[in-house]
Design a binder for this molecule. Structure first.
Ligand code: DAH
Length: 393
């Protein structure tokens, strides 16, 4: 062998040897880690898998540089190859063969190193990504259903079982849907009671507002569907009012049933069943009290029995007002193109927050919409628990 190539071979073997020593050391460390793992020993703080893997990555990425140092354009090898031209043919043949042999040797050594390093990396990775099935699971935060949403789900389920379907009104409404069509004309005192938020602009030539009640859903339903019909419409409502029991945005659920021969008896039966189901109290006392709403005639306020002192629902001899109801006023039917001699029905409306506070013993309404996570975790409902329908007595 030509002395130049022999020297070069010697040099590269030393360099490759260093690399192999590094890999051999890592292979020993791998063995040790695998043994510890097998024996269930605690991790050795001296042997950090993250550092080992990181080191291997750097090592692997330095291989191309190593290669170009020994075989690249500016390498001694390339220099020697350039000298071939000046040699006579027999010398050139020998020298060429030597250089070729050198190149192949370097390539195969590097390939071997690369393979070893890649295998090590996989093994370390396997160790670091092992699945310890004995570890306690990490807590994964799960969302809860807001009590308002839950109440709406429950109301819907109970009326759904009585063949009501869900309808809806609009949050932004004209004063005709919110008042006029419901028999509350322009200067009716009921308008003043509602602390209405008026909005700039108009629709169909009527002033716009944030609806103060879900009763607009009655009008929308009767204008768009042919009776007989049974609809409930839960949704947001707005009034300029804010204290422990009032929020400027709150929820109501409207109900409407129109048919040829509906009576006050149907209204009473329907609401008694609903209230007993909703509160889960089979013998919950329910009282109907004459009242006034512009859109019903006769109108009734509905009270349930409770104990004013303890707040407990059911017994106690006190009465708590819970919702409004009545037989749909003939003028409201007429406003929706229905002939009161052919069709009649009943309507009712309830406050969703109020029902929720009573059912879950929540004292202050303001916290409903503050998004305080502590409150939400306390009062939130399990999303996986189905809505239970209590057997209506
Ligand atoms: N809209 C009424 C309110 O906000 C509640 C109400 C009472 C709705 C009687 C009705 C009803 O449909 O018949 O106070």
């Amino acid at each position: 062998m030509t002395p130049e190539v022999a020297r070069l071979t010697n040099d590269i073997m030393i360099a490759v040897g260093e690399q192999q020593t590094y890999l051999t050391r890592l292979e020993h460390q791998l063995k040790e880690l695998q043994t510890r793992e097998y024996l269930g020993l605690k991790d050795d703080p001296e042997l950090s898998l993250i550092l080992l893997i990181d080191g291997l990555k750097r090592f692997l990425s330095s291989i191309p540089q190593f290669r170009s140092y020994w075989l690249g354009k500016k390498s001694q090898f390339s220099n020697l190859s350039g000298g071939l031209k000046g040699l006579d043919s027999s010398e050139r043949k020998n020298f060429g063969q030597d250089l070729n042999w050198f190149k192949q040797t370097v390539e195969s050594e590097l390939a071997g190193i690369q393979q070893r390093a890649e295998r090590l990396e996989i093994e370390f990775r396997l160790l670091s990504e092992r699945l310890d099935v004995t570890l306690p699971p990490r807590p994964s935060p799960i969302g809860l259903i807001h009590p308002i949403s839950r109440t709406i789900e429950e109301i819907t389920a109970i009326f759904g079982a009585m063949d009501f379907v869900v309808g809806e009104g609009l949050d932004i409404q004209t004063d005709w849907y919110n008042f006029g069509a419901l028999n509350i004309p322009a200067h009716h005192p009921a308008r003043a009671d509602h602390d209405t938020f008026y909005l700039p602009g108009e629709r169909d030539g009527r002033p716009l507002l944030l609806r103060t009640q879900t009763s607009d859903a009655q009008i929308i339903t009767m204008l768009n569907q042919k009776p007989p019909l049974r609809v409930i419409a839960p949704g947001r409502t707005y009034r300029a009012d804010h204290d422990a029991t009032h929020s400027p945005m709150f929820h109501q659920c409207e109900g409407l049933a129109i048919d040829r021969a509906l009576t006050l008896g149907h209204l009473k039966g329907c609401l008694i069943d609903f209230l007993r189901s909703f509160f889960g109290i089979a013998n919950l006392p329910v009282r109907f009290r004459a009242s006034y709403f512009p859109f019903t005639e006769p109108s009734m306020e509905v009270d349930i029995g409770w104990n004013r002192r303890t707040g407990e629902l059911g017994g106690g001899g006190d009465w708590l007002e819970i919702l409004g109801s009545g037989m749909v006023h003939a003028r409201v039917l007429a406003n929706c193109g229905l002939d009161a001699r052919e069709w009649q029905g009943f309507a009712f409306g309830m406050g969703v927050e109020r029902l929720t506070m009573l059912k879950h013993g929540i004292p202050d309404l303001r916290l409903f919409f503050e998004s305080d996570l502590r409150w939400l975790r306390h009062y939130g409902c399990n999303p996986l628990a189905p809505v239970m329908l209590h057997e209506a007595p």
